[in-house]
Ligand binder design. Structure first.
Ligand SMILES: *Cc1c(COP(=O)(O)O)cnc(C)c1O
Length: 393
């Protein structure tokens, strides 16, 4: 057996079968490209599902991590470390939040945000059981808490009962949110739904939800795990809507490759947590928070947000003209470098053909191709992607 067959054979025996993987064994990456163990090159328009905002193997980023590896990886949260505090300051400043809790994943960030909302409600009202309103087609993760607020029934069904008191409204329909308010403590939503099919909030909806939360005394949680960290052209998507949440969740591109997430909140909400209310062994360790700080520095020093705006516009024009030329494309949606094409047919075969031609794409649901390229991309990468996509359709 060759190496590829061997790895796939072994993986099928030893890994739990929770993913259908492509028969490709990846080995290394550089900037916009990934290479498999036979040296075949792939243009990556997924960033490893929204993670590699800076592309592969940024040298500044790698050096910072290498230096930290030789200093200290982990401290436990019983002590202070400088990288943790530095990263928290940068995240708080960039998000206009006051206090940060670092986690090891996006799912855990959502768990923490839910716990904080419940604790806040408990302190305020003296009652537990504050209800949470989430949205249809929302994706917030796979643990029991995060799954409870994930708006896709097929992900939830086999694992019920999940946490109670969760209701689902229609995304972009304010009346459907109003209709669910009861003993509610929070509304959770993605400003731009990712996994659910690249659905940006309308400006009226997101502003309307904020006003409703203010009026009813509810907390507003924005899950920016996929749409945050510059992806839509501002550091966080809510900033382009000029709406501020009470709690945010963040992960994926927060660490650009190391497993790190965070939830952050404004002071009055964060104050609901007291020592003992929440914890994590690894969360915010010096290694991952060194990465977080470096990511913020590089986004700034390389003017990444400007690039997202310029390239986002170009990508949008190109996808729009594709949508006009091909009848099988129903709609084009998105913001910045988070865009999608909805087809009238399943996109699985198109993605497989593109992969043969050296382009990595990802779906969002069965009929949407999602475009989440590294934020460092240039025009020539978009042109190449469009060319391969056309051949694959
Ligand atoms: C990916 C994602 C999550 C889950 O993050 P993990 O790191 O996979 O646990 C939650 N919310 C959104 C919006 C996501 O895109």
């Amino acid at each position: 057996m060759d190496n590829v067959k061997q790895v796939i054979h072994d993986a099928d025996k030893v890994l739990m079968h929770t993913y259908n993987r492509y028969p490709i064994v990846l080995d290394h990456g550089k900037d916009m490209y990934l290479y498999d163990i036979n040296g075949k090159e792939y243009l990556d328009f997924t960033s490893g599902i929204g993670v590699f905002a800076l592309g592969y193997n940024d040298q500044d980023y790698n050096m910072a991590l290498k230096e930290q590896v030789d200093l200290l990886l982990h401290t436990s949260n019983l002590f202070y470390s400088e990288p943790t505090v530095m990263a928290a300051k940068k995240l708080a400043k960039a998000s206009a939040m006051d206090r940060v809790f670092f986690t090891n994943s996006g799912t855990e960030a959502v768990e923490g945000a839910i716990k904080l909302a419940r604790k806040y409600h408990y302190k305020k009202t003296g009652n537990s059981g504050g209800e949470i309103i989430s949205m249809d087609h929302a994706f917030h993760g796979r643990s029991m808490g995060a799954l409870s607020v994930t708006g896709t029934k097929k992900y939830r069904e086999a694992f019920e009962p999940l946490i109670g008191g969760v209701k689902f409204a229609q995304f972009n329909d304010l009346d459907s949110v109003k209709a669910l308010i009861n003993n509610t403590c929070a509304v959770i939503m993605e400003p731009v739904q990712g996994e659910g099919g690249i659905n940006p909030s309308s400006s009226e909806f997101i502003k309307g939800v904020r006003e409703l939360c203010d009026k009813e005394g509810l907390l507003l949680i924005f899950d920016e795990i996929q749409c945050g960290m510059g992806r839509t052209g501002s550091m966080f998507a809510y900033q382009s809507y000029q709406v501020k949440p009470d709690i945010i969740t963040c992960a994926k591109a927060l660490g650009c490759g190391v497993p790190v997430g965070a939830f952050a909140a404004v002071e009055s909400v964060a104050a609901a947590f007291e020592p003992g209310d929440h914890g994590t062994t690894y969360g915010g360790n010096p290694l991952v928070t060194t990465a977080v700080s470096k990511v913020f520095d590089i986004i700034d020093s390389k003017n990444i947000l400007d690039n997202v705006k310029v390239m986002g516009k170009y990508l949008s024009e190109q996808l729009n003209s594709l949508a006009k030329d091909y009848d099988i494309i129903k709609e084009h949606r998105g913001m910045g470098l988070m865009q999608g094409l909805e087809f009238s047919i399943p996109v699985k075969d198109i993605i497989a053909k593109a992969l043969d031609r050296g382009l990595i794409l990802i779906s969002a649901g069965s009929n949407v191709i999602r475009f989440l390229p590294p934020l460092i991309l240039e025009k020539k990468h978009i042109d190449k992607m469009i060319q391969i996509l056309k051949e694959s359709m």
